[in-house]
Write a protein that binds this ligand. Structure first.
Ligand code: ATP
Ligand code: MG
Length: 377
């Protein structure tokens, strides 16, 4: 079994009681994700670190847990100079000829007889490689604690963010495209529990879109410590209503407003606190400030738009990093509500009036929710 020392993210910003809640949640999330992948482990937490004993494959799992800034494989030794020095010498074998190094000592237990600085000097003298404190090729970290001490070299970067389930639940309007996939990921990263709502346009769009949306949701599930709920809302009848009764230049915006109404209803049923959308300022005609405002007026609920300030290239880069790029790029069915010259400066009042023209809209909405397919991914 290896020992992983897990370093935590922004928890230092929190008060002690809040930190404890976050830490417990993070431990629960790590446990669930390891159990789900059939990895045997032991886990122990201290005030500011988590220690996971497991085989090497646990590293892949820890890379996908929100709330972890970094982790390292570590040697656990007794807290005395000789044992620490032995582990440091062993670690130093990983520093190649010509590479420089530094030793970074953190003495959490102030009762230890040498100071951090003294330890750094003494341990550094044991290694026959070039010291470079400014820009070392390798750093050996020594964490001196009362019972045991830890020696480790490379740190693997984690995802950062907050442990999932510490920020409350959100409902994400999830088309499976890059934007909504990345937006959902970003809210997960801030500690939200999330449920996805997909408006399915079959028969206007092919059945394969449904499969692809599920495939993208499965990628997000890799970062989620429990099952991920996906609502598939049949949307074609509503789209038909919009096409039959509304001016075509507003159709796309009205479609969006109805999506928001439905998502809000689900949010209220599920006690969620906000909606999430992948909208991005000025990306397309429906995403001007005016249109975002008048579409958003369809609900009184908080709508989070985590991508609002990013460039498309940056979003695509994130989609690649998360691993959704390939699957998201396959979802390309054009929306039947798009128009060559859509309104770019809509007024909420105009959209409300247009929407009121749709016969039996309330019933269409209620039926769509009743007929929704609910998947646990
Ligand atoms: P995406 O890449 O997420 O599909 P987009 O660039 O295609 O976004 P729009 O089509 O304007 O942009 O959609 C803006 C947002 O509205 C999406 O990011 C998503 O949150 C929501 N949305 C659009 N279509 C759907 C749908 N069929 N189901 C669920 N949400 C949707
Ligand atoms: Mg899209």
């Amino acid at each position: 079994m290896k020992l992983f020392v897990v370093n935590l993210g922004e928890l230092w910003l929190k008060s002690e009681p809040v930190k404890r809640i976050f830490l417990n949640k993070l431990v629960d999330n790590i446990k669930s994700m390891l159990i789900e992948r059939g990895i045997k482990f032991k886990i122990r937490k201290e005030r500011d670190k988590i220690f996971v004993y497991a085989n090497k494959s646990a590293g892949k799992v820890l890379k996908n847990v929100f709330g972890i800034t970094s982790f390292s494989f570590a040697e656990e030794v007794e807290t005395d100079y000789e044992s620490i020095a032995k582990a440091v010498r062993k670690m130093a074998k990983g520093i190649r000829c010509g590479e420089s190094f530094a030793i970074s000592v953190n003495r959490s237990w102030k009762g230890f007889k040498y100071t951090s600085k003294e330890m750094e000097r003494m341990l550094g003298a044991l290694i026959k490689r070039k010291v470079d404190l400014e820009n070392p090729d390798k750093v050996i970290y020594v964490d001196i604690r009362k019972d045991n001490s830890y020696v480790y070299m490379e740190r693997e970067k984690g995802l950062g963010g907050m442990p999932i389930s510490t920020a409350g639940r959100v409902i994400s309007l999830f088309s499976g495209g890059f934007d909504s996939a990345v937006a959902s990921f970003m809210m997960m990263k801030r500690g939200c529990s999330i449920e996805l709502v997909y408006f399915y346009n079959y028969p206007f769009s092919p059945k394969s879109d449904r499969e692809r949306v599920i495939a993208v949701a499965k990628v997000l599930r890799k970062y989620y410590p429990k099952s991920l709920r996906l609502y598939i809302i049949p949307f074609a009848k509503i789209e038909e209503g919009v096409m039959n009764y509304c001016h075509i230049k507003y159709a796309c915006l009205i479609g969006r407003r109805i999506m928001i109404r439905i998502a809000e209803k689900i949010a209220r049923m599920r006690n969620a606190k906000a909606l999430v959308s992948g909208e991005n300022l000025s990306q397309v005609a429906s995403q001007t400030l005016e249109n975002m405002a008048s579409v958003g007026k369809a609900s009184t609920m908080l709508i989070l738009r985590p991508l609002v300030g990013f460039d498309k290239n940056e979003i695509i880069e994130m989609a690649k990093q998360i691993g959704v790029y390939e699957k998201s790029s396959k979802i390309s069915s054009p929306c039947p509500l798009t128009h060559k010259r859509p309104a770019t400066k809509s007024e909420p009042k105009t959209l409300e009036e247009e929407e009121d023209k749709i016969k039996g809209l309330q019933e269409l909405i209620d039926n769509a929710i009743k007929e929704a397919e609910v998947l646990e991914i």
